[in-house]
Design a binder for this molecule. Structure first.
Ligand SMILES: NC(=O)c1ccc[n+]([C@@H]2O[C@H](COP(=O)([O-])OP(=O)(O)OC[C@H]3O[C@@H](n4cnc5c(N)ncnc54)[C@H](O)[C@@H]3O)[C@@H](O)[C@H]2O)c1
Length: 374
C-alpha cells in the first residue's frame, strides 16, 4: 500500500482520487495507464490517506465530499466509499491570490506551524506528499517541501515552482533520507508532450524550429488563477524550456518560443484547448509550418502522470534512493533537473536506471533493443 498525502484538494486531486477507484473496479481493464505495474505496485495500491487545503468549502470535510466542493468541477465519475480522510487545515502563505479569494475562501481555523505539520505528516506515515497548489505558490510550495523533507516523506512537486530542479532541495531531502521529484507535471498527452514531440521530430529529420507558439485556454480555477500574470513567471519558463530543450541550442531556441496559458473561458470548464504553431526550417532553409489544435481533459492529463510518479517515489524511497534523482523526473515533468532531448530519451533513461536497481516496470513503452548498451 502506498500512503499518499495531497496538498490542495482541487480538480487534479478529484481526478486522482476518482481514477484510483475507477481502475480498482474489476470490470475495468487497465487501459489508458502509462504503466500498469511499477515495482510490483498497481494503481489500486495507491491510497490517499491525508489531505490539506485552506478553503472553508473543503477543510473539515471527508475527502469524498471535499473533491466535489465548489469551485471544483471534475464531474462525479465513480461511486466512492467513505474515505474517513478529513481534509486538514494548512498554511495559506501565498497560496491564495487576491482575485481567487471568492473561489478559495480561507477557513477560520488556526493555521498549523511547520513543526506541527511535520508531526502530523509523520503520524499519518505518509510515503508521498503531492504538491497541487495553485500556480504562483512560491512560498507555500517551499514550506510544504520542507514539511515533507523533515517528516521523511517523498515530495512530488506537480506545479511550476523550481524545487526538484534546485540542488539545495536535493541536499535537504538527502539529509532527511527522502526524495523529491518534479517540477511541473507534463500531462500524459498534453500540450507540452505533443509540442515537444513535434519539435524533436523536426530536429531528428534535420530541420530546426525557427519560431513557435503554444496558446492554451481552459475554464477551471487553474486557468482563472493564472489570470494574474505575476503568478506566471515560473510557468512560462517551465513551458518554454520544455520545448526549447528539444533543440540543439535551447537558450537561443527559447527566444523564439512562446508557450503559456492564454485565456480563461469559463464555459470550457475542464476542457483545455491548445493551439500549437511551429515554423521550422528544413531542406534549403525552406519553411515547414505546422498548425495544430489539441483538445484534452486537463485534469485527466495530470492524474495519469501522478499515478505513475507516486509509485516511483514510493519504490525509490523504500530502496534508499534519496535526494533528487534527476533520471526519475525527466519523462514526467516539464522542468526536471536534467531535461532530455526527447520523451523517448527520457523514458530510456528511466527504464535503464530502474533496470539497474532491479525495479520492474511494465509494460515497456519503447522496444527492449533500444535499451541495450551493446
Ligand atoms: N494538466 C494539469 O492540470 C496540470 C499540469 C501541470 C501542472 N498543474 C498544476 O497543478 C496545480 C493544481 O491544479 P488544480 O487544477 O488541481 O488546481 P485547483 O485550482 O483546482 O486547486 C488548488 C487547490 O489548492 C488549495 N490551496 C490554495 N492555497 C493553499 C494552501 N496554502 N495550502 C493548501 N491548499 C491550498 C485551493 O483551495 C484549491 O483547493 C496547479 O498549480 C496547476 O497549474 C496542472
Amino acid at each position: 500500500m502506498i500512503r499518499v498525502g495531497i496538498i490542495g484538494v482541487g480538480n487534479i486531486a478529484s481526478m486522482l482520487v476518482q481514477s484510483i477507484e475507477f481502475y480498482k473496479s474489476s470490470s475495468q481493464k487497465p487501459e489508458g495507464l502509462i504503466h500498469t505495474k511499477i515495482g510490483g505496485y498497481e494503481i489500486s495500491d495507491i491510497n490517499v490517506v491525508y489531505a490539506i487545503d485552506v478553503s472553508k468549502y473543503k477543510v473539515g470535510r471527508d475527502l469524498r465530499d471535499a473533491i466535489f466542493a465548489k469551485p471544483n468541477l471534475v464531474p462525479k465519475m465513480v461511486e466512492l466509499p467513505e474515505t474517513g480522510v478529513v481534509v486538514r487545515m494548512g498554511r495559506v502563505l501565498d497560496g491564495v491570490a487576491e482575485h481567487m479569494r471568492e473561489d478559495f475562501p480561507i477557513s477560520d481555523l488556526r493555521q498549523p506551524t511547520l513543526d506541527e505539520l511535520v508531526d502530523e505528516v509523520r503520524s499519518y506515515s505518509i510515503d508521498v506528499l503531492v504538491n497541487l497548489l495553485p500556480v504562483g505558490s512560491r512560498e507555500a510550495s517551499r514550506f510544504y517541501a520542507e514539511v515533507a523533507a523533515k517528516a521523511g516523506a517523498a515530495f512530488v512537486n506537480a506545479i511550476p515552482e523550481f524545487i526538484a530542479s534546485d540542488p539545495q532541495y536535493s541536499l535537504l531531502f538527502e539529509k532527511y533520507e527522502s526524495l523529491v521529484l518534479g517540477d511541473d507535471i507534463k500531462g500524459q498527452i498534453g500540450a507540452t508532450a505533443v509540442h515537444r514531440a513535434l519539435a524533436s521530430l523536426i530536429t531528428m529529420r534535420g530541420g530546426k524550429v525557427a519560431e513557435s507558439y503554444q496558446l492554451n485556454v481552459g475554464g477551471n480555477t487553474d486557468f482563472k488563477n493564472m489570470l494574474d500574470l505575476q503568478r506566471l513567471y515560473s510557468k512560462k519558463i517551465s513551458k518554454t524550456m520544455a520545448v526549447a530543450t528539444t533543440q540543439p541550442d535551447p537558450s537561443t531556441a527559447a527566444e523564439k518560443i512562446f508557450a503559456g496559458p492564454s485565456g480563461y473561458i469559463p464555459f470550457l470548464r475542464n476542457t483545455k484547448v491548445s493551439y500549437i504553431y511551429i515554423k521550422a526550417l528544413g531542406f534549403m532553409n525552406l519553411p515547414v509550418v505546422i498548425d495544430l489544435k489539441l483538445t484534452v481533459d486537463d485534469k485527466a492529463m495530470a492524474a495519469a502522470v501522478l499515478v505513475d510518479v507516486v509509485r516511483i517515489a514510493k519504490v525509490l524511497r523504500s530502496r534508499g534512493i534519496y535526494g533528487g534523482p534527476a533520471w526519475a523526473s525527466g519523462f514526467y515533468f516539464k522542468h526536471p533537473p536534467k531535461p532530455a532531448k526527447s520523451d523517448e530519451e527520457a523514458l530510456a533513461i528511466l527504464y535503464k536506471k530502474l533496470d539497474e536497481l532491479k525495479i520492474p516496470i511494465e509494460p515497456k513503452r519503447i522496444p527492449e533493443w533500444m535499451l541495450r548498451n551493446d
